[in-house]
Design a protein around this ligand. Structure first.
Ligand SMILES: [Zn+2]
Length: 161
């Protein structure tokens, strides 16, 4: 992945270090009525989609199994199927709402590979625009505003039903 300059990620790393528990377990364990506040976009039986509160880029979402496991190879065929189909729906929703020029899709497995939360595997879907590395340097700070995240949530959620 071409490296984006994302200074707010440092705040994220500081916060993650203080966190107890696992956001990929704790947030979906809340009532579904809180999904918008939790930035959860969609749920299936075995997997769900959540927006990254400290995104690499606008529209950065993550797809994870509900089951707490660190290993992508440990997912069952049914979990893989639901994760994969949610990734596809995220691509469709992001295309329809944000018109990106491309995507980075992938798993950072293990802290050595750059995983912020290494204990619970998740697939990143990051929309990309030509020249966004320069763009994000200038306006990156704007992206973490809660209302910007909430607007993106509202735009995307209908595509993930
Ligand atoms: Zn977990």
């Amino acid at each position: 992945m071409e490296r984006l300059w994302t200074p707010w990620r440092m705040e994220y790393i500081k916060r993650v270090e203080r966190l107890e528990g696992c956001i990929f377990c704790d947030l979906p364990a809340r009532a579904e009525a809180e999904d918008r506040a939790s930035l959860i976009l969609a749920r299936r039986k075995l997997a769900f989609v959540i927006m990254n509160k400290f995104p690499y880029n606008s529209g950065h979402v993550m797809v994870a199994p509900f089951r707490h496991t660190a290993d992508y190879a440990d997912l069952t065929a049914e979990e893989h199927g639901q994760v994969d189909s949610l990734v596809a729906r995220c691509i469709e929703g992001l295309r329809a709402t944000m018109a990106p020029h491309g995507f980075n899709i992938g798993v950072n497995m293990g802290a050595a590979a750059g995983a912020g939360i290494a204990d619970h595997v998740h697939v990143h879907v990051v929309p990309r625009w030509s020249g966004d590395t320069n763009f994000m340097t200038t306006v990156g700070e704007v992206k973490v505003l809660p209302q910007a995240l909430d607007e993106t949530w509202a735009g995307l959620a209908p595509y993930l039903k």
